[in-house]
Design a protein around this ligand. Structure first.
Ligand code: XOV
Length: 303
């Protein structure tokens, strides 16, 4: 049968030939997004989304970075959004990291010598940290919005971790239950958008995926003392999905000389979709931080 008659399609049944995409090292098709400035970009930014969500949720952040003349690019991680792979499954957490490095290398081929930044939220933050750790001095900076650094004390008690490890051997596909959407954000509109987005996987987190998240946490912990990339870290004090303890651990352990932490008192997990006073500040902080680090030599002052 000729190839044209059976094109690869997204889980939503759209042919990949009609969409920006890449093929990863396992032959899986990943849906990509690009926000390209009209002129020559000042820098590149890869956006790394979190567990269960997709990169379309970063449209507003990408538009803001685009207005700074940055080329913003992203893909839906394997098992997410419009990419292939069983929903919220990954053979090993490193697959996420490997795919990000492939995409970064691909875009950098067209833009050699431009600085590259990473922006990651939650699980996407853990991916960003591990990506930066794998390529010391490759990345010019990293923006982390409530990154996954420690396992949440609620979802991962010592007992639950042990139970998950045992369960993974006998029932890897058992559900640990879905993320409670009310703890995502205090902004009711954003919780509703999360609950109604067809590209979000709201099914229960499988034991085998929980194990990969725990692997990520322990790899991040080991990577931190080697981390030298400049970063901006934003964290809500009332975050119940990624505890603020993780942010303090990141600040304390990372070797980076240029590191900034901003805590949002009372804010929940998805700071870029929180109450307007929080989200406006998040956008402003990211704008200022990135602007200062992408300015032409002599144009700005840095710590
Ligand atoms: C675990 C386990 C761990 C957004 C995201 C991981 C929130 C969704 C958390 C669960 C079981 C070990 C949940 C939140 C991305 C990180 C989500 C999102 C669960 N943000 N995480 O806008 O990535 O939509 O963690 F065994 Cl560590």
């Amino acid at each position: 049968m000729p190839e044209e008659s059976s094109p690869r399609r997204t889980p939503q049944n759209v042919p990949y030939q009609d969409l920006p995409h890449l093929v990863n090292a396992d032959g899986q098709y990943l849906f990509c997004r690009y926000w390209k400035p009209v002129g020559k970009p000042k820098a590149l930014v890869f956006v790394s989304h979190g567990a269960g969500e997709h990169c379309g949720r970063y449209e507003d952040l990408a538009q803001m970075l685009l207005r700074l003349d940055l080329l913003v690019f992203a893909h839906d991680h394997v098992g997410h959004g419009q990419s292939e792979g069983e929903r919220m499954m990954v053979s090993d957490f490193h697959v996420f990291v490997r795919d990000v490095l492939q995409h970064v290398d691909l875009v950098q081929k067209d833009h050699p010598r431009l600085p590259v930044f990473l922006l990651g939220h939650s699980m996407g933050g853990a991916i960003a940290i591990l990506t930066a750790a794998e390529r010391p001095s490759h990345f010019s900076g990293m923006v982390l919005i409530s990154p996954l650094v420690v396992a949440s004390p609620e979802s991962a008690t010592t007992f639950k971790i042990l139970a998950a490890k045992v369960l993974n051997l006998v029932m890897p596909n058992m559900s640990l239950g879905p993320i409670d959407s009310s703890v995502i954000s205090r902004n009711k509109t954003e919780v509703e958008l999360y609950n109604s987005d067809p590209l979000i996987c709201r099914a229960g987190l499988k034991v085998c995926f929980g194990i990969q998240l725990l692997n990520a946490v322990s790899r991040v912990e080991r990577a931190l003392p080697k981390l030298t990339v400049p970063f901006l870290l934003l964290q809500g004090s009332a975050d119940r999905l990624c505890h603020s303890r993780g942010a303090y651990q990141l600040m304390g352990s990372a070797r980076s000389l240029d590191k900034t932490l901003k805590i949002y008192e009372g804010a929940y997990h998805v700071l870029h979709k929180e109450l307007p006073e929080v989200t406006d500040s998040v956008f402003q902080e990211i704008n200022t931080w990135v602007s200062q680090r992408t300015a032409q030599a002599g144009a700005g002052s840095l710590p």
